[in-house]
Design a protein around this ligand. Structure first.
Ligand code: ATP
Ligand code: MG
Length: 242
């Protein structure tokens, strides 16, 4: 579905990605994890074309997409929910979704009711302005909006950051529903427990390079790596694995 090979990226003279290689298989959730500032968001921005890669290749559904403009990605079936979950505050929930569906210029764009079925908690809010929603509801809307184009792959950048446990559980259910309905997901997540509970494959990023790739059980079999790169205390990690 998506393959990055030796992708490098710079911000001006700052070399941020030093050769990132990873894959997202069809129907799978791949998790990109790692400490603050290692380049997780930059990896997603580079896939999306917001940052131009200085080397390497990005292949999506059999075609090279590196170097393409971001606005072309939705039509190709790629969606991105950035860290800052920007929604149009003055538009209603439904209008936010309709605008996204239209902008995607993709046949088979979803209707608002269909998109809202991923997050039933948003259904009663359909006619309310997005600006009046709670942080958690805005995050659900940001994801729902990205789903309006019926993407084959959706990239989520820390979707549960700063949200209460109940809302985290709602987002988690939405993520599982997205996979269940056939889309692939590239998930950047600092909530290690959540990532472990949904991920099919794990990539650990450190200083702009992938230092680990493996399944859940392979990751859990490497407690030193978890401790060093994910900052999860060993005692807590054993609880997570239980
Ligand atoms: N627009 C920018 N210009 C210059 N440097 C940047 C820019 N955005 C990010 N960086 C730097 O690039 C590096 C990687 O940042 P990035 O946002 O990709 O990390 P991250 O893994 O997503 O971190 P976090 O967990 O804090 O979200 C950091 O050192 C950051 O300071
Ligand atoms: Mg980030």
């Amino acid at each position: 579905m998506l393959t990055l090979t030796d992708v490098q990226a710079h911000y001006g003279s700052a070399h941020v990605l030093h050769g990132v290689s990873l894959e997202v298989q069809a129907g799978q959730i791949a998790c990109l994890i790692g400490r603050n500032g290692v380049g997780k968001s930059t990896t997603l921005k580079t896939i999306m074309g917001v940052v131009s890669p200085s080397a390497g290749s990005i292949i999506f559904r059999g075609q090279r997409i590196d170097g393409l403009a971001p606005h072309l990605m939705a039509a190709r079936g790629l969606a991105w929910v950035p860290e800052d979950r920007r929604v149009f505050a003055s538009l209603t929930v439904e209008e936010n979704i309709r605008v996204a569906a239209k902008a995607a210029r993709r046949s088979g764009a979803r209707r608002a009711a269909d998109v809202l079925s991923f997050f039933p908690a948003l259904v009663p809010k359909a006619k309310e302005r997005a600006g009046s929603l709670s942080g958690g509801q805005q995050q659900m809307l940001a994801i729902a909006r990205a789903l309006a184009s019926q993407p084959d792959l959706i990239m989520l950048d820390e979707p549960t950051e700063g949200l209460s446990p109940i809302i985290v559980e709602t987002i988690r259910a939405g993520i599982l529903d997205i996979r269940q309905r056939g889309a692939s997901i590239l998930l950047v997540e600092q909530n290690f427990k959540l990532a472990l509970s949904v991920g099919d494959m794990f990539y650990v990023l450190s200083r702009g390079a992938v230092v680990f790739r493996g399944t859940r059980s392979e990751l859990l079999a490497a407690p030193e790596l978890i401790h060093e790169h994910l900052g999860v205390a060993k005692a807590r990690q054993s609880r997570v694995s239980a």
